[in-house]
Write a protein that binds this ligand. Structure first.
Ligand code: SF4
Length: 251
C-alpha cells in the first residue's frame, strides 16, 4: 500500500496578519458564526460544552437529546443515579469524569443559583468541570456577554499561524487575542477562528489554497487563485449547512 506523506503544517515566516483584515475577511466568510452544540438554553449549552472536551460536537449532539429528555432540569440531572448518567454520556469519552462534572455543575446551578446558569465569569468558574473556554462559550453564546475569547485547539493553532500569538496555553492565547481585537469582536472572532481551524486551517495539511486569509497570513503555503472575496464566499457557502448550528465545543 502506498502511503502519502502529508504536507508539513505551516509555520509563520513573516509579519503577523493585520487584525482588521482578519476580522473583515472572516466576517465575509462567516457572517454569523454559531455554536455547533445543540442546546436550547444556557444550562443545556453548559452541559453540552462540558461534554465536548476531547470529543466532537457531533458526538455530543448524539447524546444530549436523551440526556435532556431523561433529566430536563439542573435539579433532575443532579439527582440522577451516577451510573445512569455515565451510561448516557459514555460515547463522549472520559464518561466518568464528565458525568461527575455535569452533575456537580447542575447541582451548583440548582442549589446556589436558583436553577439559572450564572452570567459572570467568576461564578461560572466555580462550577465543577468549568474552565475559561466553557465559561466563554456560555457567556458569549447564551448571553452575548463578551467576557473573553473562546480558545480551543483550533483557535490556538490558527492564531499561531497568523502570527497573532506565540503562546501555547489557552489562557495566554486568549490574553494575546483580547489585546488585539476590540471587545465588541471577542465573541465572534473566537468562533470564526475556531471554524477556520476546523474546516480550513487543518492541523495537518492546512487548505491554504481555500483560505480567505492567504495573502495576509505569514504561514501560507502553496499557490492561490482568485480573490480573497471569492474564497470567502466559497467558504461561506461551504459552511452554510453548519453555520447557524456550528461552533465552539470539541474537535
Ligand atoms: S489555512 Fe489560512 S490561516 Fe491557515 S496557514 Fe493557510 S493561509 Fe494561513
Amino acid at each position: 500500500m502506498v502511503t502519502r506523506k502529508k504536507p508539513a503544517p505551516a509555520e509563520p515566516s513573516g509579519p503577523p496578519a493585520d487584525v482588521v483584515e482578519v476580522q473583515q475577511r472572516l466576517t465575509v466568510a462567516m457572517p454569523q458564526p454559531r455554536c455547533e452544540l445543540d442546546h436550547k438554553d444556557a444550562w443545556t449549552l453548559l452541559i453540552a460544552t462540558i461534554l465536548s472536551a476531547q470529543s466532537t460536537d457531533r458526538t455530543v449532539n448524539t447524546v444530549t437529546p436523551l440526556l435532556f429528555a431523561k433529566w430536563p432540569t439542573p435539579g433532575a440531572l443532579a439527582a440522577a443515579a451516577r451510573a445512569d448518567v455515565e451510561a448516557v454520556v459514555h460515547r463522549t469519552g472520559f464518561f466518568r469524569n464528565k458525568a461527575k462534572a455535569i452533575q456537580g455543575a447542575s447541582l451548583a446551578v440548582h442549589q446556589q443559583h436558583a436553577g439559572q446558569v450564572p452570567r459572570d465569569m467568576p461564578a461560572l468558574l466555580q462550577l465543577p468541570g468549568v474552565a475559561r473556554k466553557t465559561a466563554n462559550v456560555v457567556l458569549g453564546v447564551a448571553y452575548r456577554i463578551a467576557a473573553g475569547i473562546v480558545v480551543d485547539t483550533h483557535v490556538t493553532r490558527t492564531s499561531q499561524r497568523l502570527g497573532l500569538t506565540t503562546a501555547t496555553t489557552a489562557e495566554k492565547v486568549e490574553h494575546d487575542l483580547s489585546a488585539k481585537f476590540p471587545r465588541e469582536q471577542w465573541i465572534d472572532i473566537g468562533h470564526r477562528l475556531l471554524l477556520l481551524g476546523r474546516y480550513v486551517c487543518l492541523a495537518k495539511g492546512p487548505k491554504c489554497e481555500d483560505c480567505p486569509l492567504f495573502e495576509i497570513c505569514p504561514s501560507h503555503t502553496g499557490q492561490v487563485q482568485g480573490t480573497w472575496q471569492d474564497r470567502a464566499e466559497h467558504l461561506r457557502l461551504a459552511l452554510l449547512p453548519t453555520e447557524g448550528a456550528d461552533g465552539v465545543g470539541g474537535e
